[in-house]
Design a binder for this molecule. Structure first.
Ligand SMILES: Cc1cc2nc3c(=O)[nH]c(=O)nc-3n(C[C@H](O)[C@H](O)[C@H](O)COP(=O)(O)OP(=O)(O)OC[C@H]3O[C@@H](n4cnc5c(N)ncnc54)[C@H](O)[C@@H]3O)c2cc1C
Length: 267
């Protein structure tokens, strides 16, 4: 790995300008994904633009019917946020279940979304709640944000500034952990709101996706038995040393029923 520069701007404007001017510059947030990938020589950067001192990208607030989470909110901050606990408790619980204490104390929601690991938890919440990802340039609907494994709709140099979550009537997230990493072998996020029912699956495929066949059944009847026989075709799912595609398909139906049960019980 060659040497690279390090910048720590204090405003968003300055960060955007650095990313535009410096060749192969990359934003750095919690460093929980980017630093290991640099160490393993999987990434090559010209400069790191550390976003950590940009105050305007911090904070978690409830505004009307929307929970706005700053891109620099650490997983532990979302887990401990009173506003998140009263408005979308599922989101606080999901954040509390990410990785280990160190990862939660450093990792940020903006970094997790920009990284878009196929087994990450936040993409399921963002897609499962129909949230909007705000950047320095535009607002991107969740349905358009996640475009592939480790790929998003972000353009080079575009910075995630916050995420706007509409408040659901009820929701739940159930994850079957990969025991070593604690990433999702399969994770299912279910929500019911004025806009309808959403079911988002992470960990099972190469990118988070919506189970529209389950959403249809749950819109008719929001009950676990409504989806007991709904299957996701294993052909499109991951098969690896941890679980076969058939096992992941089975898990999706089981976990989705548990998520609906938990949403009804308010757990
Ligand atoms: C041991 C371990 C266990 C983990 N377990 C889990 C788990 O169970 N579930 C889970 O979901 N995740 C897990 N993670 C990942 C963790 O949540 C990371 O925090 C997250 O993936 C990246 O966030 P970060 O803030 O550290 O971003 P960084 O590592 O700093 O950056 C990641 C990428 O996003 C870009 N980026 C960062 N911020 C922005 C921004 N605001 N705008 C645009 N681009 C940006 C960077 O340039 C980089 O490409 C784990 C990580 C580790 C190391």
């Amino acid at each position: 790995m060659r040497a690279f520069d390090y910048h720590r701007p204090t405003t968003l404007k300055e960060a955007v300008s650095l990313l535009r001017k410096v060749e192969k510059a990359k934003p750095l947030a919690g460093g929980q994904s980017l630093i290991p990938s640099l160490k393993l020589r999987l990434s090559d950067v010209g400069a790191l633009v550390d976003l950590g001192a940009i105050e305007e990208m911090r904070g978690i607030k409830l505004e009307g019917g929307t929970l706005i989470v700053g891109a620099l909110a650490r997983h532990s901050e979302v887990a401990g946020s009173k506003d998140a606990a009263v408005s979308i408790p599922t989101l606080a619980r999901l954040a509390d279940g990410i990785g280990d204490r160190q990862v939660r104390n450093l990792g940020t929601i903006g970094g997790a979304l920009a990284h878009n690991d196929p087994a990450a938890d936040y993409p399921a919440a963002v897609l499962g709640l129909g949230a909007t990802v705000n950047t320095n340039k535009r607002a991107i609907a969740a349905d358009k944000f996640f475009t592939g494994p480790f790929e998003t709709a972000l353009k080079p140099g575009e910075i995630v500034t916050s995420v706007s979550f509409p408040l659901p009537k009820r929701s739940a997230y159930v994850k079957f952990r990969q025991p070593a990493s604690r990433f999702a072998l399969v994770g299912v996020f279910v929500s019911e709101s004025m806009g309808g029912v959403r079911v988002a699956i992470t960990g099972a495929s190469n990118c988070v996706f919506r189970a529209k066949n389950m959403e249809k059944r749950l819109a008719e009847k929001f009950a676990p038995e409504a989806i007991a026989k709904v299957k996701i075709a294993p052909e499109d799912l991951n098969s690896d040393m941890h679980a076969s595609a058939e096992y992941r398909a089975h898990l999706i139906t089981v976990l989705a029923q548990r998520a609906v049960e938990a949403a009804i019980a308010g757990k």
